[in-house]
Design a protein around this ligand. Structure first.
Ligand code: HEC
Length: 479
């Protein structure tokens, strides 16, 4: 008995040394107050676990141990904006399905990784007998069974697919028959893949009209049209689902479920599809890899969403509008676009454009590969006539203004090689609560002027290129 208990304890110890953070070496007392249980788990919930989960697309980032083990890769991917996949640059359009990290979230991940990835405040529970399960294990969480739009009016089971999941990035077309005896108005749809390990994206269209009605991605699983708008589903029509698979070594045959949400027959305005076909810009040879499409709107038009169909080698896409006699405004600019993550761009506020507005798409490709096709379509979902929503500012979006905050705190350490400071700071109203964080310092001379233990005041500059400290003033040395 005693022996087996010893063995169990021994096993735990071994596991502990593999999975758990090592205590910080005595000379490096750099600890952040960014905690897994608080800031990090919140980021995982909102941006990661839709893919990084057991039975998800890839390895789980759910528990502290899993996240801790990958913290350096997480840090780098967050800084490079490789993860989560989202290529639209902040500052132009505002998208309901934006899954990019905010600058604050990036700062949290970086600071946590650089500071030994603490779990929580390190509270020690002594009253073990009194509260046997006092320590709640915090882990990231997502509920895939919940319908975000509520109970669907009609649930359609997709036929099982014969697609070979070993073939990465294969797209399979599936036909769904909703058996509609009469015309219906569709105000929303939501999709649940049968097996989340193998599905990267799904695009839905009406077979008979060719209309695109929306797309599913792991991080945004539904389409919900603004009030008063709907897609017309003609009697007897069919829905096409283009399912894009991710390669898998295990056989996986999931049957997806599509939920449809109907609106009343009357007072619905029809949303239709506008397709722009980008073609090679023929001007100079330097522009050989530039593809362009432009159209002048023949009626007042409001755009709800757009979906580019990109080809390998794509470097960037820009969608812009120019009002008659007015200035150009960019609706979308995306670069370094990961081909394996096709996504629509769903505007948070529909974009209303006047008749006579020029709508332009410009795509850049790294090579001539795209030339294998004659045209590269960009699909818009839009409606004609006066905008339904009024009073809200449309289109005009400027780059987010650079913000300045005041920081007061104590320097914990200086990392001259990487141009960073770890500062234990007071509350920064409007930006961050009191905590110990690692900050970038862009001017080397400012970094050279501070030492560990200095009490400082500084500006925190939050811009679209990152946040950093500037105008650092040393007030004294803490004893
Ligand atoms: C849309 C799905 C999706 C989302 C959302 C997502 N990831 Fe990933 N992530 C992946 C896939 C797929 C891989 C590639 C793994 C592979 O190739 O098998 C990956 C790879 C990574 C890697 C690289 C691992 C390595 O070995 O290099 C890291 C780190 C990572 N993800 C972190 C994150 C973090 C942190 C978040 C949230 C902030 C996130 N990911 C959000 C799908 C996603």
């Amino acid at each position: 008995m005693t022996r087996s208990a010893t063995i169990v304890a021994g096993t735990c110890l071994v596991m502990g040394s593999v999975l758990w953070p090592q205590p910080a070496p005595a000379h490096a007392q750099i600890t952040t107050t960014v905690q897994f249980d608080r800031e990090i788990v919140h980021i995982l919930d909102n941006h990661c676990v839709m893919c990084h989960v057991e039975k998800g697309l890839t390895f789980p980032l759910v528990t502290y141990e899993q996240t801790y083990a990958l913290r350096w890769k997480i840090r780098q991917d967050a800084l490079d904006r490789h993860m989560p996949p989202w290529a639209a640059m902040p500052g132009d359009g505002d998208f309901a399905n934006d899954n990019g990290l905010t600058q604050r979230e990036i700062d949290f991940l970086v600071s946590w990784a650089e500071s030994f990835g603490p779990r929580n405040n390190g509270e020690i529970y002594t009253g073990v007998a009194a509260m046997p399960s006092a320590r709640k294990i915090v882990r990231a969480h997502i509920d895939f069974d919940r319908w975000a739009l509520g109970r669907p009016d009609l649930r359609l089971q997709l036929p099982e697919n014969a697609a070979n999941p070993r073939n990465p990035d294969e797209t399979t077309r599936t036909l769904i028959d909703p058996r509609l005896a009469s015309d219906r108005w569709l105000r929303g749809l939501e999709y649940k893949p049968g097996d989340r390990r193998i599905v990267r994206a799904v695009s839905f269209a009406i077979q008979e009209t060719g209309q695109w009605i929306g797309s599913w991605t792991p991080w945004h699983g539904f389409v919900s049209l603004p009030k008063g708008l709907a897609y017309r589903l003609p009697a007897g029509s069919h829905i096409l689902a283009d399912i894009r698979y991710r390669g898998s070594n295990e056989p996986a045959t999931g049957q997806g479920t599509l939920g449809l949400y109907f609106a009343g027959q009357s007072s619905q305005r029809a949303v239709s599809t506008l397709v722009l076909e980008a073609k090679p810009a023929l001007s100079s040879s330097a522009a050989a890899h530039k593809w362009v499409a432009t159209t002048r709107l023949a009626a007042d038009t409001t755009i709800l969403a757009l979906q580019p169909e990109l080809r390998p080698g794509v470097q960037s896409i820009e969608v812009a509008v120019r009002a008659p006699g007015g200035a150009t405004q960019v609706l979308l600019f995306a670069k370094d676009i990961p081909m394996q993550w096709p996504t629509p761009y769903v505007f948070t506020t529909p974009v209303s454009l006047r008749k006579g507005t020029d709508l332009t798409v410009i795509e850049h490709y790294a090579s001539d590969d795209a030339a294998a096709v004659a045209a590269i379509p960009v699909t818009f979902s839009a409606y004609q006539g006066a905008p339904l929503t009024t009073g809200r500012r449309q289109v005009q979006r400027l780059a987010p203004p650079t913000q300045h905050f005041k920081l007061a705190g104590t320097v914990k350490s200086v990392d001259a090689a990487n141009g960073r400071l770890v500062v234990q700071h007071d509350d920064i109203p409007g930006f961050m609560q009191a905590m110990t964080m690692s900050y970038e310092v862009r001017k080397p001379e400012e970094l050279q002027a501070v030492r560990a233990g200095d009490t400082i005041q500084s500006d925190v500059v939050v811009s679209d290129t990152g946040s950093y400290l500037e105008n650092i003033r040393v007030l004294g040395q803490k004893k």
